[in-house]
Design a protein around this ligand. Structure first.
Ligand code: AMP
Ligand code: GLY
Length: 427
């Protein structure tokens, strides 16, 4: 068969972060894909389409006109029902439906789902009344985490070290409404202290295949100090999740989630991300995300030795169980997020970034908050770049990634200097 007889498809990746650059980079390597469009994209993605992620009408019109298979990066359009909308128009789209996306869009829905299906998670109570919440905190003899129910751009979670902090958190979310309507109801749950890791699987509603393991670094400063961010760096695989733990998480958490969703009449298709806390070797679900992690996606994607497009199609068609098993590059991958100083609060933008020309072959610089103008690249967000490198060992991947980090500069460049180091203690 000549190449001409193969029908190539176009892909539309929705989003503008490092995750979306990594997905579009990988999908453009597929022999079945003609053009990858990204909406709205960033300074690193090609074929950018200036449509916002929440403009579902224009996105679906674009996908229809351009014969696209669509891949959704971030949670907001999933929670808004983009998959349902595309399905109504008979357009192929990878990701969970609005109902399935509740696993992320309502933390209360997710906690109740875990409780009724015996999926291990921290014990909790739900409140919409501040006084009742305060009274409850005063009865507890352990530390808590206070969470806004709805989506709050990763900020609606307050980890407390004392009752006073918990009372303040209740005030912030439920009384001051700092996160708006997302904070109409809160969860107060037990704080679980332990080691955190990310476990991400790809599902077609029936089965779920695990992606490579990874570990994020959520705090802004070295040694996990300072406020939480979207993620300051990640590496894959992580020795924190060994083979027996992988099996336990896959069976007791991932498979059980997919099966329980199905039993409740909701087919979960797409990436299912479980944020895991390990306490005394036992995994607990801290949260679900219904999409790839960012920055976990960057090192995971770099290690994929398979055609990601085929697996996205199999997820949509419900045929994952008949796909060949996936294989991973045995090297380690490390992604270091370069941010602008001041992130996660306020930071400057529009600063020219230089040094891309001197990046060597074993690294790839994924863009996030950047834009392209007159052949130059400028900063345009808090997390700006994700420098990702492979190495034979975790140690060498870290060295390779930081070598590349040193070649790139702009005025307000900031990064942690210890990404991946917590993994080294396991070797
Ligand atoms: P989430 O958005 O729910 O993942 O929460 C953000 C971060 O808060 C997590 O990555 C953890 O570091 C922390 N966190 C959330 N829930 C708990 C918990 N029950 N115990 C300890 N830390 C938690
Ligand atoms: N890196 C964590 C997240 O994507 O939510």
């Amino acid at each position: 068969m000549g190449r001409r007889s193969i029908l190539l498809v176009n892909v539309l990746v929705i989003g503008s972060g490092g995750r979306e650059h990594a997905l579009s980079w990988k999908l453009s390597q597929s022999s079945k894909v003609e053009t990858v469009f990204t909406a709205p994209g960033n300074g690193g993605t090609k074929n950018n389409i200036p449509i916002d992620v929440d403009n579902l009408d224009e996105l679906s019109d674009f996908a229809q006109k351009n014969n696209c298979f669509t891949v959704v990066g971030p949670e907001a359009p999933l929670a808004a029902g983009i998959v349902d909308k595309f399905n109504q128009k008979n357009l192929k789209i990878f990701g969970p439906s609005k109902l399935a996306a509740q696993l992320e869009s309502s933390k209360i829905w997710a906690k109740n789902f875990m409780k009724r299906n015996s999926i291990p998670t921290a014990r909790f109570e739900i409140f919409d009344n501040a006084q009742k919440a305060r009274d409850y905190v005063n009865t507890l003899d352990y530390n808590v985490v206070v969470k806004a129910d709805g989506l709050a751009a990763g900020k609606g979670v307050i980890v407390c070290n004392s009752d006073d902090e918990a009372l303040n958190a209740i005030n912030t979310i439920l009384v001051k409404k700092t996160f708006g309507e997302a904070g109409n109801r809160i969860i107060i749950e037990e704080r679980i202290d332990g080691v955190e890791a990310s476990f991400i699987a790809l599902s077609d509603g029936n089965v779920a295949i695990p992606m490579a393991s990874s570990q994020d670094h959520k705090r802004i400063f070295d040694n996990d100090e300072g406020p939480n961010t979207g993620g300051m760096g990640a590496y894959s695989p992580t020795p924190v999740i060994d083979e027996s733990l992988t099996k336990k998480i896959q069976e007791n958490i991932i498979d059980k989630t997919i099966e329980s969703m199905k039993n409740e009449g909701i087919s979960f298709k797409g990436f299912l991300y479980a944020g895991i806390m390990l306490r005394d070797g036992e995994p607990y679900v801290l949260e679900y995300n219904v999409r790839m992690g960012d920055p976990e996606c960057q090192p995971i994607t770099m290690r994929m030795d398979f055609d990601l497009y085929d697996y996205f199609v199999a997820s949509v068609n419900g045929t994952l169980s008949s796909m060949p098993s996936i294989s991973w590059n045995e090297k380690f991958a490390v992604c270091i997020v370069l941010a602008s100083k001041g992130y996660p609060e306020s930071y400057p933008v529009n600063e020219e970034i230089t040094g891309f020309d001197s990046v060597s072959n074993d690294s790839y610089v994924f863009h996030a908050g950047t834009k392209h103008s007159d052949g130059k690249i400028f900063s345009n967000g808090g997390r700006v770049l994700g420098v990702t490198a492979l190495g034979e060992s975790l140690d060498s991947a870290i060295i390779n990634a930081y070598d590349t980090v040193d070649k790139i500069s702009w005025n307000s460049k900031y990064c942690r200097t210890d990404i991946g180091k917590k993994g080294l203690t396991y070797f």
